[in-house]
Design a protein around this ligand. Structure first.
Ligand SMILES: [Zn+2]
Length: 233
């Protein structure tokens, strides 16, 4: 088994808010963690409003700081414009090539099945786009004809931002680590105390089983008619 995890976000901070505690758990299990951040997130800025180039610089810096705290091996910045992401051949190919390069057993991203449109933040256009692009890239990476290079089959999706979770990860032990990760994204909240309260309130509301949890829809990717080990379709 490849102890490699790839987390794909639309914006700097998506992974930390949705799955930061779970990332620490995988890190402790010995996983190599890689991030893809599709857009520069320049239109989400809560403090010290600055020109665009500086906002981009700040968001990259914050993402790299969070990655450092978690011990991420590498952050792949795709540098798309915030709010203008498109699920096209270019994006799908970029993600598929990174999948082939880092060979993740597990992929984290937004849940493409959540189209509830109950929250303008959660169902942000870029979140919807990246969710489908990642799903399509996983198919493309395991196919031997679509993308150059040896095919690679990811085993499991851990979808965050889901409205029908099938798994709650107990992150009670990691709540302060998660808040520290989010704190690296200083441009995203006006006041630390209220951010921390907001995070704790949300994470304690998902299930009565644990004090703090993160929620996911885990999907095992099956390979019908193909023998385990032979690999690709
Ligand atoms: Zn986002």
């Amino acid at each position: 088994m490849n102890k490699v995890l790839l987390a794909v976000s639309a914006h700097p901070d998506d992974i930390e808010f949705s799955s930061g505690g779970t990332m620490f758990k995988f890190k402790e299990l010995g996983y190599d963690i890689y991030f893809i951040v599709a857009t520069n997130g320049e239109n989400g800025f809560k403090i010290d409003h600055k020109p665009k180039t500086q906002r981009i610089k700040t968001r990259h810096k914050e993402q790299l700081r969070a990655a450092e705290i978690l011990g991420v091996k590498k952050v792949f910045f795709l540098n798309y414009k915030d709010c203008l992401l498109k699920n096209d051949d270019k994006l799908r190919k970029q993600i598929a090539l990174i999948i082939k390069k880092v060979k993740p057993e597990i992929i984290f991203s937004f849940d493409p099945a959540n189209r509830s449109f109950e929250s303008v933040n959660l169902l942000h256009r870029d979140h919807r786009v990246i969710s489908e692009a990642v799903f399509d890239a996983v198919f493309a990476a395991r196919n031997r004809y679509l993308i150059p290079g040896k095919p690679f089959a990811v085993k499991t999706f851990w979808f965050f931002g889901c409205n029908k979770p099938n798994h709650y990860e107990n992150i009670t032990k990691y709540i302060n680590d998660k808040i520290k990760l989010i704190s690296a994204h200083r441009s995203q909240f006006s006041e630390h105390e209220s951010m921390s309260e907001w995070v704790k309130t949300h994470l304690s509301s998902y299930t009565g089983k644990y004090k703090y949890s993160e929620k996911f829809r885990i999907v095992t990717i099956t390979q019908p008619f193909v023998k385990e080990g032979i690999g690709t379709v």
